[in-house]
Design a protein around this ligand. Structure first.
Ligand code: BF8
Length: 668
């Protein structure tokens, strides 16, 4: 039994999710530890937490804890903090981008007919991509086009000079800013390596200059590697459109084989999904006493299969251990990123087999079955068979009876279609709604869970407060799964939570007030939406003019800093929760905020309290509205549609009705 900490939190302090609370109470009784209890046992290292630990050479590590103190080499706190931040951005960008690289190789193998079980599911998107990348399409078989597109994408990683092709997607003004500052990414790998080089001992020691490169590496992720990942995932597995599914631990089934896919890449999980409906394997499951095979996900592998195939999600980042603790998971199949090393040890208390699959990821104690796209279906079948073999070994299960309905799958292509139909697909209605003030602004809530704070509390609080204030939410990653748990990803949520103007828009379009746009690499969809909003007209000429904010209130990953850097460099105001990893240096904190705002129009701020986040978000949105000359936000003007109002307006002329509803005669 782990030692009882004086700081042990109540289940409600650990998570607002009733499913998590139920399992954590059981785990405490049994003395089984989790990230929640480990976070209570181990305080964060104060030197590392505020960015003042320098480990880039072996004359140290140096701990810069006193005013004016420098490292052995003379490095100042500004340099040390900026280097730490930039290195985190490099690691985050590398992770996202390498995921994109793997997908490009899968497309190449698929198009060459060498990838077992895969096919090009969205040839239209492939064609659009080909045109964008200068690949001829006229009269060519789609597979041939696929080979060329894959090769073009692969070449972006090793590109040494010039500009990444997807930079062209950005608004003209934005590209100009990047070019003038010299931060247009030359190649995806190059910008990451550049950071590792310049932060080596004895290189770049000017904090502002180091942080400029953090923007460049971030941009190579957002407008490079992640964009490749999103585009090719759509080509191979289909571009998401809304569908119905469920979220939370209650999606596991007591009488079926439960397989969880966890991590980030959709490649193997899509094949496992196919294998779960293989008649032979279904018979085999029945032979072992199971009524069927249930596939569900955790983290972003879950988001990938949720938004495309409607595969239910068992939860977000902090649910990975809790899922195993239900005793009902026969196999947890992991690929890359956000996989806790605690899983195999934890699984020893149960019958669960933890299976690593990526050539890049082995975990001591886990079974390794290496993924190879050339034999993907065979490998997937082998994994499903292993899970079935575990089913008879199950002990007592405790699946919380907690799950929520969700409608995810809002790709930018679908949002376009949703707003105008195939006849007039357009962002015009969205721009109009923002311009009129029905929608006050847009917030992208992304990022993780972090056991240093109450799981999902900030995601939930911010969603509720922002919806009430007529702010449309777009979400990805673990933030989106959190919203799913609390009912925000449904059309009905507009009636319950949205302010009057936003509710009108949701009523007219049928969309939920919170749009689940995919996994963390799919934050690129948000960049695309913002660009299209700019191009549509009426909301400025660049992303920094749009009344929009990005938030990651419960972040924990280096990838979150990469996303924050590319979003800010793209013109967005980004607010991160938890803790300021640059707190040791006022200079670095100021460069990321005021300094970057002067340079690129976007900035990163770290705000611990969610109440303060709401204040800053609304203030920023209102200032951007004012700068655009838009009417100030006035909620009382809207929300007079709906049956309850019909009696009052039935006898009016159309003009009078318009005036009664919107405070102005028709045509104004
Ligand atoms: O890439 S939100 S915990 S799962 S890092 Fe990880 Fe954070 Fe979840 Fe997706 Ni993104």
């Amino acid at each position: 039994m782990p030692p009882k900490s004086k700081k042990a939190r109540t289940p409600e302090e650990r998570s607002i999710d009733p499913a998590a609370q139920e399992i954590l109470i059981w785990a405490d009784e049994e003395g089984i530890e989790s990230a929640f209890s480990r976070a209570e046992q181990m305080a964060p290292c104060p030197i590392g937490a505020n960015g003042s630990c320098c480990k880039v050479c072996f004359m140290g590590p140096c701990r810069l804890t006193k005013d004016g103190q420098t490292g052995v080499c003379g490095a100042t706190i500004e340099t040390v903090t900026a280097r730490n931040f930039a290195r985190a951005v490099a690691a985050g960008s590398a992770s996202h981008s390498d995921h994109g690289r793997d997908l490009a190789f899968t497309l190449l193998a698929t198009a060459k007919g060498e990838a077992q079980g895969y096919q090009i599911r969205d040839p239209f998107k492939l064609k659009r991509l080909a045109e964008e990348l200068g690949v001829p399409t006229e009269g060519r078989p789609i597979d041939e086009v696929g080979v060329d597109v894959a090769e073009k994408c692969i070449s972006m990683f090793g590109q040494q000079t010039g500009e990444l092709a997807f930079i062209e997607r950005a608004p003209e003004k934005r590209k100009e800013i990047w070019r003038n500052l010299g931060i247009v990414p030359r190649g995806i790998d190059r910008e990451v390596v550049d950071i590792l080089h310049r932060t080596h001992m004895g290189d770049d020691q000017d904090p502002e200059h180091i942080l400029d490169q953090a923007m460049r590496a971030g941009l190579s992720d957002g407008w490079g590697g992640s964009m490749v990942a999103t585009a090719i995932s759509d080509v191979l597995f289909g571009t998401p459109s809304p569908l119905v599914s469920k979220v939370n631990l209650g999606v596991l089934k007591d009488d079926e084989v439960n397989i969880l896919v966890h991590g980030h890449e959709p490649t193997l999980s899509e094949m496992i999904l196919a294998a779960t409906s293989d008649p032979e394997l279904l018979d085999y499951a029945e032979e072992k006493g199971a009524k069927g095979i249930t596939l569900a996900g955790i983290c972003c592998t879950s988001n990938e299969t949720l938004v495309r195939q409607g595969v239910p999600s068992a939860g977000n980042f902090l649910h990975q251990e809790l899922a195993i603790m239900t005793g009902a998971v026969d196999a947890m199949v992991v690929d890359v990123q956000c996989i806790m090393q605690a899983l195999p040890n934890l699984a020893e208390n149960f019958h669960t087999e933890v299976i690593t699959t990526s050539p890049k990821v082995k975990i001591t104690g886990a079974t390794h079955i290496e993924f190879d796209e050339h034999y993907a279906l065979d490998i997937a079948k082998e994994i499903v068979r292993k899970a079935i073999d575990r089913y008879p070994e199950r002990g007592k299960t405790r699946i919380p009876d907690v799950s929520s309905d969700v409608v995810p799958g809002f790709s930018h292509e679908y949002i376009n279609y949703m707003l105008g139909g195939s006849y007039r697909a357009s962002f015009r209605p969205l721009n109009d709604a923002i311009m009129s003030g029905r929608i006050r602004g847009v917030v992208a809530d992304v990022g993780c869970n972090n056991p240093r704070t109450t799981q999902d509390f900030s995601h939930d609080y911010l969603a509720r407060e922002l919806l009430k204030n007529d702010v449309l939410l777009v979400e990805t990653g673990c933030g989106a799964i959190a919203s799913g748990k609390y009912g925000y990803l449904l059309g009905e949520a507009a009636m319950e939570w949205a302010g009057p103007g936003l509710r009108e828009v949701c009523e007219a379009t049928g969309m939920p007030p919170v749009l689940h746009m995919g996994s963390c690499v799919d934050n690129t969809r948000i960049l695309t939406v913002l660009t299209q909003v700019v191009e549509e007209g009426g909301l400025g000429e660049d992303i920094d003019e749009v009344p929009a904010v990005g938030i990651a209130p419960e972040w924990m990953s280096e990838k979150a800093l990469a996303i924050a850097s590319y979003a800010a460099a793209s013109g967005a105001y980004v607010i991160m929760g938890i803790n300021n990893p640059n707190d040791a240096s006022e200079v670095v904190t100021d460069i990321l905020s005021r300094g970057w705002e002067e340079k690129v129009g976007g900035k990163i701020e770290f705000v611990v309290e969610p109440e303060e986040m709401v204040e800053r978000i609304l203030d920023h949105i209102d200032k951007k509205r004012e700068a655009l000359g838009l009417p100030a936000y006035e909620p009382e003007k809207f929300g007079r549609s709906g049956d309850w109002r019909m009696e009052e307006i039935m006898d009016l002329t159309p003009e009078e009705r318009e005036e009664a509803l919107y405070g102005q005669p028709a045509g104004d």
